[in-house]
Every structure is written in structure tokens, then in C-alpha cells.
Write a protein that binds this ligand. Sequence first.
Ligand code: NAP
Length: 281
Amino acid sequence: MTLSTQGVFLPEKIYGIIGQPLGHSLSPLIHNWGFQQLGLSSVYFRWPVHPRQLPEFIAALRTLPISGVSVTIPHKCSIMAYLDEYSENALRAGAVNTLYWRGGALWGDNTDVQGFLKPLQKKLASPQKAMILGAGGAARAVLWGLIGSGVNSVVVTARNSNKAAALAKEFGADWMDWDQRGQWSGDVLINATPLGMAGCDEQANPWPSNVPPRVSVVYDLVYNPLETPFLRLGKAAGLQTIAGLEMFISQAVGQFSLWTGMELDLQELRSLVCSALRNTP
Ligand code: NAP
């Protein structure tokens, strides 16, 4: 129930996102929109937190009536040391993107895992061979999502071979030299680098642009812009494509449901985020 005195809105529950930088985050838009749509008396803030402020943030979280937190770069792995309990997806991925309370304990979950898998499963029922471009935080959720759902062969490649090899070893996957990646073929090729992202390397492609990928599905985790050079390459080769927007909205639906027990409408959320991205300078 919304407490309101003379038109003043007094939310009952507080949520927010921590990370740095947070300027571009669409999570406040999504969750505040969701609260409004479903008539929940809740509000979601943007909380920039530097890595050295993480212990103080956790102390505040354990003191103040904060009901849930989204976690993004650079805290997804380091925050795990401060939590009481973890979901299997968080433990297996070695990364957390959602905090919530259950029975007085502070839990960490990783909704990126299902957020990544759901759009892929709509395109391919049982992929067997996958390659991940990039070996950072997002690659961890992708790796566990693929391996946990029974994909037989997962190959990691990154510009830093040591990182690719170490990450692959941790998950029992294989790795390939970055310069050799154009020779690989399989079912699904995933971009987990920022190449193609607005304001960063928007014209860049993580795949050699003169080599059509030999796969069924090209999946870009980058969601801004909606169409990247990587997705355009896939479309030009006649392949199925999945834009990062699909994972982004799907992981947000997972967070919202953990916090409220309620489901956001995927189609309406897609329209909201698409129009926000189109209006982003
Ligand atoms: P991250 O931890 O910084 O890792 C990025 C990876 O890309 C690293 O392997 C990095 O290599 C590599 N890389 C960076 N710049 C590169 C370049 N110029 N050439 C080749 N490789 C490069 O980032 P992240 O959290 O994994 O995120 C990766 C991307 O996924 C971002 O664009 C992010 O927005 C997107 N993402 C999307 C969703 C979604 O819901 N759609 C969720 C999470 C992330 P080094 O280690 O050598 O720097």
C-alpha cells in the first residue's frame, strides 16, 4: 500500500544499483517503471560505489532498510566475500548481480545466467558447440549458463590468452588463441567484449569482418546500440541473431521477480528499453 500524505509519495521499500561508472545504466528506469506498473510502493536508486567503498556499502546495507540491490561492474565478483548465502548460479558463475534478503540472511544470485540462456533457448533447443569472445565478468555467467545447460564444447577466446586460458580452466572449458578465432565453427558465437558498444568501440567488431561466422546463431551481449557491427555481420551471412537487449531485459525480469515475486511483461519492457536507447544521445 502506498503511504501518501497530501500528495507526497513515501515509498515503503528501497532498492538500488551499485557499480562504477553508472551513468549509462537503464536499471533505474526498468525497476521504477515496474514498481509503478504493478502499484508497488517502492523506489530504485543509482548508487555509484568505488571498489574501496564496498565494505562501507555492505555495512550500510546491513543497517538500513534496503530490500534489494543490483550489482554491476566492477563489483560482481568481489562482492561475494561479503554475503551470507549464494544461489547455485552465483556460486557456479563466481559472480553475483543481485542481492536480496531471505530469512534475515543476505543472499547473492546471478540472474545474468538465465538472462543469457532464455533468449538462446528460444532460437536453438540444444546447442552443442559454443565460442565466447572475451574473458571478463559477463563471460563467467555465459560460461556457466552454457556448461550448466549441457553444451558439450565451450571455447573461450580473448585478446589476453592467459585470461582466456585461466577462465576456461576454471570452468573445464577449452580456449583458443585470439588470432585463430576466425577458424572456429560451431552452433553459437557470443560476443562478451565491449567491442561495438556506444561510446567505446562502436564501429569495432570482435570477429574478423572478412570472415562470415560458420554458426547458426550470433549472440551479442552489447545492448547499446541495439544493432552492432557483429550482429550486422551475422545478418549479412544469413544467420540468426540475438541482440544484447534480450539478455538485458531478461536478467532484469529475474531480479524484479526475486525482489517482489511478480513478473514484468517482457514485451512492454522491451518497448520501454528500446525507446530509451533510441533517445539516448
Ligand atoms: P569486462 O569484465 O571488462 O570484460 C571484457 C572482456 O572484453 C575482457 O576479456 C577484455 O579483455 C575484452 N576486451 C575489452 N576491450 C577489448 C578490445 N578492444 N579488444 C578485444 N577484447 C577486448 O566486461 P564484462 O562485464 O564482461 O562486459 C562485457 C560486455 O558485455 C559489455 O559490453 C557489457 O555491457 C556487456 N554485458 C551485457 C549484459 C546484458 O545483459 N546484455 C550483461 C553483462 C554485460 P581484457 O581483460 O584484456 O581487458
